[in-house]
Design a protein around this ligand. Sequence first.
Ligand code: FAD
Length: 567
Amino acid sequence: RDHPSLSRLLVVFTVSGGGLVAYSEANSFSGVSSINPLEDGSQKKRVVVLGTGWAGTSFLKNLKDPSYDVQVISPRNYFAFTPLLPSVTCGTVEARSIVEPIRNIVRKKNVDIHYWEAECFKIDAENKKVYCRSNADTNMSGKEEFAVDYDYLVIAMGARPNTFNTPGVEENCLFLKEVEDAQKIRRTVIDCFERASLPNLTDDEKQKILQFVVVGGGPTGVEFAAELHDFVSEDLVKLYPKVKDLVKITLLEAGEHILNMFDKRITTFAEEKFQREGMDLKMGAMVVKVSDKEISTKEMKSGKISSMPYGMVVWSTGIGTRPVILDFMKQIGQANRRVLATDEWLRVEGKNDIYALGDCATINQRKVMEDISAIFTKADKDNSGTLTVKEFQEALDDICERYPQVRLYLKNNQMLSLVDLLKDSKGDVAKESVELNIEEFKSALSKVDSQMKNLPATAQVAAQQGAYLANCFNRMEECERNPEGPLRYRGEGRHRFRPFRHFGQFAPLGGEQTAAQLPGDWVSIGHSSQWLWYSVYASKLVSWRTRALVVSDWMRRYIFGRDSSQI
Ligand code: FAD
């Protein structure tokens, strides 16, 4: 189809058939349409998966039904175990130890899975195509762009670092999101030490170079700051004795506390530990600008702006939406949202053949709230408008099973839990006889609603969603045969999340100490939790190869220390 307003055409090569199609900025197509990649008469459904992170890989690992033809598109041909990225920044673990080639992961499967190393730059939901660009450096004479057709699309593209449009951050700060970022940080740290050791520099100049700033007191920022502190105090002080007293690590946090999503005991322990070790903690300090030499902060209470010179800044203040997702959200009328909204079956709202999972999506809160209210109303067996505590607990279990995020939220001690809110309004709810008014409950729920929007995006949720969706795909045929609903777990005629297994959250604090917040709000801090952290993370690694590499890296670090070569 020709479009009159085509001002610029990009020639794209269609993977599916080799025909050429042209794609315009005005979102129109001309030329030969895509050819089905499957052999004539094939009944296979084409599934396109965007992303090979936690969600995408978990989906691929769990997909067993050979009746699909799967095409995987991702700019990285590997899966990266992100929880160990902070360890890569200081060489505690080597980068190659935490990645597994995606072709290794999918090659043993009986499902047809093809991988393309490229990034998707446009999702065309109307024509059921995604447009991709190879990230190969070589000149491919226009063939680096191609289109792929799908019957089902699985969007698992994760997120990008959020800079909140703070001036200078993009240009001057380092991020900690990808494996390359961690490697770059490692090189920069060593580079700062080497530069500060050069002759003819004054102490003042050396001090500026050795000022390391971490922005963001969340788990990633804190873990990185702790890693850096260990690297400096255990290894670099021996190699750079002349400058060791000039090193300063500053952690900037806009809120009142670091690790504010954890239990208060963890927050206090971490803050006291860092201060004892000489780390400079600045709470209530919001970064307003970063130049190539200085970082400027605004004190939240007084509004006072101050600046400090730096040698390296690592920006770790949470995640934002990728441009291709923002563009897709505009297409489907979700432009006013932060991330893609899905229903509880992970389908993008209004698009039954597109699924979104992991950090790039969230289940629509409004719908969730309606659903949750309905569960509670249903639990009120005598229609009295009140629930007994037992009925309340049962309804809550039901909700948590359907919505893993709610369970995660409830386990999160820093926010008021539903039960706590009810305690506030109703007094003693521990007694079986106390009845809870549904209206009161709903008003408590609406307070929770706004807090739930800020749920942390985690690898656990992404992986669980990937496994859940693969399971749905594995049973799709059975579901289609069953007109009442796709999956009939427990005879309710609908998809159900399998019970969410929340293993808790860890916050490594350096010095072989970790804080752990485990199911049941059990908090443990210290050396024993560090061993728990080692065992859990080693067991969660994606393959025996990476497991062996990571464990040997830990042992190497223990015996020989971290490597400080500039490579
Ligand atoms: P990702 O794992 O980020 O995967 C996204 C995939 O999409 C990647 O393969 C990427 O290459 C691909 N992609 C990107 N752009 C495109 C495109 N245009 N087209 C196609 N593909 C694309 N969570 C925990 O639970 N515990 C932890 O200890 C923990 N520690 C963390 C430490 C760090 C340093 C970081 C950065 C994150 C950490 N997380 C942790 C969070 C966790 O990594 C994320 O929640 C998780 O990665 C989300 O999974 P995902 O599949 O949505 O996205």
